[in-house]
Design a binder for this molecule. Structure first.
Ligand code: F6P
Length: 358
């Protein structure tokens, strides 16, 4: 009998269950004698040996169910080599659980940090197949991650809802979109939601350019503006600072809950215009996976089962040029897929009049 472990790690997203379902259904179909072990709460379950034997029925009826039936947790990669509060060596503990259960392979559904840990376990001799999860779409080695399009749905709807009230009151609205390091979600949701200004970490903004874009709309008779702003958006001045210098600067400034409030205060001070802030927050990771993600997850899941059946380990399932393929974990670990400020989607957004505040 082949025994396969599976876990979902890091921040959740809408399509984790759909992906596990894809893996499991395809595995049960192609492998004669197979048992799937589900680890609870991500790598934590592997470290502390919390698991359950899954049944085929566990993977039924979960295509449209958000969250994860296994639970998840953040176990930072940088702490993996540091013993826990009881002195437990986490990497050795994970290897020992894997060996004790006599696993053929471990399937990891996760984002950047989780892929790094997956690669670490591969280096330690475990058979790994991973799948690219994140609403941020910032994973190296794949054009698309599952969860991203569902989050785009939620975030663009949020921007869409703001339109009517912004127009009625002639207000400037800032909608803060998730993404501390990369702006894919803000870029897509901003375009899909009809934002007038999109600010992302990869294109540091100039406050003058932002206020000019708002003024230009006012002049053209549009007395409201909507800004889609990534959590990690920074000004040109901030981008030029080191981490330490930025920390010092923040200490001197009034404290704001997040970037949208800080930016809102700056715009209000300059323009005197009424500003409102909306933060959809974790709603962006909630609810059902959109149809695109259900298809992607099914395809990814089936591809993962194929790799396992062929005993091809050490890969993350990925999508390149519309085709499902695989990328070596060693190639992915530690890399980030950011938005190229000159990429065509940015240029096309500019072409229809969207400002990037620079
Ligand atoms: O990586 C996914 C993500 O949702 C980011 O977009 C966001 O910045 C972060 O996780 C939020 O993390 P947490 O759920 O731990 O607050």
């Amino acid at each position: 009998m082949k025994r396969i472990g599976i876990l979902t790690s890091g921040g959740d997203c809408q399509s984790l269950n759909a992906t596990m379902r894809g893996v499991a259904k395809a595995l049960y179909k192609i492998c004669d004698d197979i048992e799937i072990i589900g680890f609870e709460d991500g790598y934590k379950g592997l470290i502390y040996s919390n698991y359950r034997v899954m049944q085929p029925s566990d993977f039924s009826g979960i295509l449209t169910k958000g969250g994860t039936i296994l639970g998840t947790s953040r176990q930072p990669f940088k702490l993996m080599r540091i013993p826990d509060e009881n002195g437990l060596d986490k990497v050795e503990a994970m290897k020992s659980t894997y060996k004790k259960l006599n696993l053929e392979c471990l399937v990891v559904l996760g984002g950047n940090g989780s892929q790094k840990t997956a690669n670490l376990l591969r280096e330690e001799g475990l058979n790994i197949v991973s799948l690219p999860k994140t609403i941020d779409n910032d994973l190296w080695g794949t054009d698309m991650t599952f969860g991203f399009m569902s989050a785009v749905d939620v975030a663009s709807n949020a921007i869409g809802y703001i339109h009517t009230t912004a127009a009625s009151h002639s207000r400037v609205f800032i909608v803060e979109i998730m993404g501390h390091k990369v702006g894919w979600l803000t870029l897509y949701a901003g375009i899909a939601g009809g934002a007038d200004i999109i600010l992302i970490p990869e294109i540091p903004y100039d406050l003058d350019a932002v206020t000019q874009a708002i003024a230009a709309r006012n002049k053209s008779g549009k007395h409201f503006s909507i800004l889609a702003v990534a959590e990690g958006a920074v000004s040109k001045e901030e981008a030029a600072l080191s981490k330490k210098e930025l920390k010092e600067l923040r200490k001197k400034e009034p404290s704001y809950p997040s970037v949208a409030y800080r930016l809102g205060a700056a715009i209000q001070e300059r323009t005197g215009q009424d500003i409102r802030v909306t933060v959809p927050g974790h709603m962006q990771r909630g609810g059902e996976p959109c149809p695109y993600d259900r298809v992607l997850s099914t395809r990814f899941g089936a591809a993962a089962a194929r790799l396992i059946n062929n005993q091809e380990y050490g890969y993350m399932i990925s999508m390149k040029g519309g085709e499902i393929t695989k990328t070596a974990l060693s190639e992915i670990a530690g890399q980030l897929k950011t938005v190229d400020p000159e990429c065509s989607i940015v240029q096309e957004a500019r072409a229809v009049g969207i400002s990037f505040g620079n």
